[in-house]
Design a protein around this ligand. Structure first.
Ligand code: FES
Ligand code: FES
Length: 159
């Protein structure tokens, strides 16, 4: 049995069939949004983070049918017209990724923070990404990259 849900993914309205009990993580990956990563599968690592109506959500703990009527943003939807988001630019320029497995979830969590508060302090950034685990980088470059992206975003708003 399938349930039909209507939702928006990366700005595109869609009407799709989901299995009852299917996680948003599995649903999105089956649709080809493989930037959504599966780590622990139980809400502990943040690798599966997507934005649901602008809020970070662990897609492994969220049912696809709960996304009815909601707006989902995955890492695939972040670049606009071929231009990387300031967070993507900053992660590259600050060498804030190694294996990259945590990066989509980390960037989306950071986006939710910076959209509200682009001038977030390093402490606020560290607090915001506390649910996103990285096994490679030691976090300091990630925090630096998020801070730098916030400055770019704040300047863009001022223009
Ligand atoms: S895979 Fe969802 S929190 Fe780890
Ligand atoms: S860059 Fe490898 S887990 Fe974060």
């Amino acid at each position: 049995m399938f349930l039909t849900i209507e939702l928006t993914i990366n700005g595109q309205k869609k009407k799709l069939a989901a299995k009852p009990g299917q996680t948003l993580l599995s649903f999105l990956r089956e649709l080809g949004y493989t930037g959504v990563k599966e780590g622990c599968g139980k809400g502990e690592c943040g690798a599966c983070t997507v934005l649901v109506d602008g809020q970070p959500v662990n897609a492994c703990l969220y049912l696809a049918v709960q996304a009815q009527g909601k707006e989902i943003l995955t890492i695939e939807g972040l670049a606009q017209q071929g231009r990387l988001h300031p967070l993507q630019e900053a992660f590259i320029s600050e060498s804030a990724l190694q294996c990259g497995y945590c990066t989509p979830g980390m960037i989306l969590t950071a986006k939710a923070l910076l959209d509200k508060n682009p001038r977030a302090s390093e402490e606020e950034i560290a607090h915001a990404i506390a649910g996103n685990l990285c096994r490679c980088t030691g976090y300091s470059k990630i925090i630096k990259a998020i801070k730098k992206a916030g400055e770019v975003m704040a300047d863009n708003v001022r223009i």
